[in-house]
Design a binder for this molecule. Structure first.
Ligand SMILES: Cc1cc2nc3c(=O)[nH]c(=O)nc-3n(C[C@H](O)[C@H](O)[C@H](O)COP(=O)(O)OP(=O)(O)OC[C@H]3O[C@@H](n4cnc5c(N)ncnc54)[C@H](O)[C@@H]3O)c2cc1C
Ligand code: SF4
Length: 592
């Protein structure tokens, strides 16, 4: 009987050599596709056996972007072949059940002479699935060697929460010597060049054009599989944007070093409809699969002859933010256990609301409302529903934001060009850069009081680089302030002036950023609604002061805009400048 992986199975058979039993076995989770670190790096290939699981069960859990499924499986299968060619014995299972039900059967088949090892999975969800296998000794966890920093670095950088990336980054720079002078000072005299890195991009230098990749037969088979069996998943599958082999990964990274990193710093916060990439490297998806090792990126970036603000800016993202969010996720058990911040002088930021677990959601963050069909993962799977159902994640909600995620995030037109442009690009590419995630998608959702959990679930399925350890801190903490001041100092919200300054989106919009655009009234309405929670935050002193000077009519107009925009978008309709609540008559000295 033919399967959807015949070509791969034949290729794997052809690539396999050596004895059919091995003294050392390792389970390599789907996001640990490397032989450069961990036990696999230290085992003679002729003595090593590895188990890989292509999980159709996971694929059916959520409405993942099709690009994500294709990227993941193309890399997993390619990694399996690379290992077989090195002489490693590969047991590749295609599974329709959770790992806890799949792996015992595989273990019985390969009969490892000693318990199979696994590097501690980065995802909490995976650790929860594997927990019974750790308990009964089927699997033994060993440290995950893909990280650059340790829990000790994180602990030593703070006395406790609230945690701040800068403090962590400062400590790690000093502890590792990265970007430090021989006499232990920061190269360039400063920890961070962030304040130099906020330029809008006006067309020059030309944006970097990402490389395109030609699918080999292994990737082509995965594309067929995803297009035929996962056609009910959202997102466009772009055949040319599937780096799967080590050569592909190398080509992407070489391009990033050559074409992006020299300009990475100054234009880091810029957005443009002319280029979804600008000078961002697009390496996150492969880094999160360990096809590119973060340590290598940092070392090679450090060695480049490029302007220091760009070099430091990039290193801060990988060595600082990426490692930091992972530590916060771990320290809070994925935000299920939120420590109360230490009381701080002169701030009244209250303790975050205790984390709750959101109810099972067949609407899946608005997927059903948008697509007209419920997301029913169980019907796509063959395992019994109670074998293991991951919980639906922590749902902290510091600002008590309860608006359902509007269909605009799934692709319905909103009439706001910034939002529609970025959403379209996400469903086309499974990716967008940091500032579009933060200052368009999260900003607008936060201004509309969208449920932080729903937004997180959306990001998780829509992006090819999303895994719980990275998407949850970025959305729940940075994007929506759902955990209060636990790891950020303020909500990242802004009005139209910011979007207009940092992008060219407003030029193509039906709204005018200075007059009709709803984003600025939404911003004022947000500050007004949440003034008690946000009062006393030193970083919001100026806007809160400005809020106090607004007239009653202006405040009431902002509230009306909020209600109108929220209701229209939740209903899945586009906004029309002609039907917006009329602004109050302007008085000299007052801005709308
Ligand atoms: C709301 C929101 C959601 C996000 N969700 C994810 C996610 O699911 N997965 C993910 O990898 N990143 C996420 N990020 C962080 C960041 O936006 C992406 O890592 C980055 O845009 C990936 O594109 P790039 O590779 O071109 O990154 P570049 O801009 O080229 O940056 C280089 C690398 O730095 C790392 N990095 C930068 N910022 C962060 C950060 N805040 N957290 C972790 N790593 C970082 C990434 O590995 C990235 O590849 C999110 C950010 C926000 C604001
Ligand atoms: S005018 Fe307003 S809605 Fe339109 S793109 Fe600019 S910020 Fe977005």
């Amino acid at each position: 009987m033919s399967t959807d992986h015949d070509g791969f199975v034949h290729a794997l058979r052809r690539a396999t050599s050596g004895p059919d039993s091995r003294p050392r076995w390792l389970y390599v989770h789907e996001d640990q596709l490397t032989d450069q670190v961990g036990p696999l790096s230290r085992t003679d290939p002729s003595e090593a056996g590895i188990v890989l699981v292509e999980s159709r069960w996971m694929a059916a859990l959520r409405p993942w972007h099709r690009q994500r499924l294709a990227l993941l499986w193309a890399n997993q299968r390619t990694f399996a072949l690379e290992q077989a060619r090195r002489g490693v014995l590969v047991e590749y299972a295609v599974a329709h059940a959770p790992l806890r039900a799949t792996l015992p059967e595989v273990v019985r088949r390969v009969r490892p002479p000693s318990p199979m090892q696994v590097m501690r999975p980065a995802e909490r969800q995976t650790r929860a699935d594997l927990a019974p296998l750790f308990d009964d000794g089927t699997l033994v966890q060993v440290p995950h060697e893909g990280w650059i920093t340790s829990h000790e670095h994180f602990r030593a950088s703070h006395q406790g929460p609230p945690w701040k990336m800068d403090a962590f980054y400062r400590h790690v720079r000093q502890a590792t010597g990265i970007l430090m002078t021989p006499d232990a000072r920061f190269i360039g005299g400063r920890l961070s060049f962030d304040t130099d890195n906020r330029k809008p991009w006006r067309g020059d230098p030309p944006p970097a054009t990402p490389p395109s990749f030609t699918p080999d037969p292994i990737t082509a088979e995965v594309i067929d599989l995803v297009e035929s069996r996962y056609a009910h998943h959202p997102g466009r599958l772009d055949h040319r944007a599937l780096p799967a082999t080590l050569d592909d990964a190398q080509r992407l990274w070489d391009w990033a070093k050559r074409s992006c990193l020299p300009w990475f710093g100054p234009y880091e916060d810029a957005m443009s409809r002319q280029s979804t990439t600008l000078f961002h490297t697009r390496v996150s998806s492969l880094v999160n699969l360990l096809r590119l090792l973060p340590r290598r990126l940092v070392e090679e970036a450090e060695a480049l002859d490029i302007p220091l603000p760009s070099k430091e800016g990039f290193i801060r993202q990988v060595l600082g933010w990426r490692e930091f969010v992972r530590h916060v996720h771990d320290a809070t058990d994925g935000f299920r256990s939120l420590p109360a911040p230490r009381p701080r002088a002169k701030t009244s930021t209250p303790a975050p609301t205790p984390a709750a677990t959101s109810p099972a959601d067949t609407d899946f963050a608005g997927f059903a409302a948008w697509s007209g069909r419920p997301w029913t993962p169980i019907t796509h799977n063959t395992f019994s529903a109670d074998a293991f159902t991951p919980d639906t994640g922590a749902a902290p909600n510091h600002l008590n934001a309860q608006t359902p995620l509007p269909p605009a995030w799934w692709g319905a037109e909103s009439g706001m060009h910034c939002l529609d442009h970025v959403v379209r690009s996400v469903w086309q590419e499974g990716w967008s850069h940091h500032i579009t995630r933060l200052m368009v998608l999260s900003n607008l959702a936060t201004l509309l009081d969208v449920s932080p959990r729903q937004l997180t679930d959306w990001f998780w399925v829509a992006y090819t680089d999303a895994w719980d350890w990275v998407v949850e801190p970025n959305v729940l903490a940075m994007g929506t302030y759902a955990v209060g001041g636990l790891m950020t100092t303020k909500p990242y919200v802004a009005g139209a002036a910011y979007i207009d300054r940092m992008s060219d989106f407003c030029k193509s919009c039906r709204f005018h950023p200075g007059t009709t655009c709803p984003v600025t009234p939404l911003y004022w309405a947000f500050l007004d609604r949440h003034r008690q929670s946000l009062a006393g935050n030193p970083r919001l002193f100026m806007p809160m002061n400005a809020l106090k000077k607004r007239t009653d009519a202006q405040r009431s107009h902002a509230r009306d805009v909020f209600v109108h925009v929220r209701d229209v978008l939740v209903a899945g309709r586009p906004l029309d400048p002609r039907s917006m609540p009329p602004p109050p008559p302007t008085r000299p000295g007052h801005r709308a």
